[in-house]
Design a protein around this ligand. Structure first.
Ligand SMILES: [Cu+2]
Length: 208
């Protein structure tokens, strides 16, 4: 009896440690070697993790869409969800200062998060990615299928238009050296119907 009580107590304390621990940081490189790619483009993240987009080349965005409308901001199709949007992150400008512009989002649930670049025709060219693809729940909602939809997208919405509402979200912050060209004020994430995506997004300049 005493033994099993002890085991239970140990398990309870383990569970509590896990739920209070901070998650890991998962880096996604954007535009590596001048490519139109998020690398890696299919990642798994747990609740409490952070996903950090690192803009190393070119001038790209990391913008959230839904599955069905790959090259348009989430807010266009769901008035109650803002979605995250990094704004344009010209790598050359930050590089000139020996820095890399980064944009970090928190993971608050494990639902699929679809991401595209809102620059030019990058989205149609396949500059998209997914966090927590769940083909077990819906086999048609794969990264490949999202890419195919993106290739045929008739409307690509410039990222500036993505920053419209702050409903249900919180506003991120921009930090960096004076004169930094990171123009994006972090914007809100939202999924007000759930505890979901509402979270802080932030743009920062990371010393390299
Ligand atoms: Cu791009």
């Amino acid at each position: 009896m005493q033994f099993s009580t002890l085991v239970f107590a140990a398990l309870a304390s383990l569970a509590s440690a896990q739920t209070t621990s901070t998650g890991k940081m998962i880096a996604v490189t954007v535009g590596i070697n001048g490519t139109l790619k998020f690398s890696p483009d299919n990642i798994k993240a747990s609740v409490g993790d952070m996903v950090q987009f690192q803009f190393v080349a070119g001038n790209h965005t990391a913008t959230q869409s839904n599955f069905d409308n790959p090259c348009q901001p989430l807010s266009m199709h769901n008035a109650s969800a803002t979605g995250f949007h990094s704004g344009f992150q010209p790598a050359a400008a930050s590089k000139a200062m020996g820095m890399t512009s980064v944009y970090t989002i928190p993971i608050n649930d494990t639902k699929p998060i679809w991401v595209y670049c809102a620059q030019g025709k990058h989205c149609e060219a396949g500059m998209v990615m997914v966090i927590n693809e769940n083909t077990a729940a819906n086999s048609s909602r794969s990264l490949d299928a999202y890419k195919k939809l993106a290739a045929g997208a008739s409307t690509v919405v410039p990222s500036g238009n993505a920053a419209n509402s702050s409903t249900g979200g919180t506003t991120g912050t921009t930090t960096g050296a004076p004169g930094a060209s990171a123009t994006a004020a972090g914007m809100s994430l939202a999924a007000p119907s759930t505890v979901g995506l509402a979270a802080i997004a932030a743009v920062a300049l990371l010393m390299i």
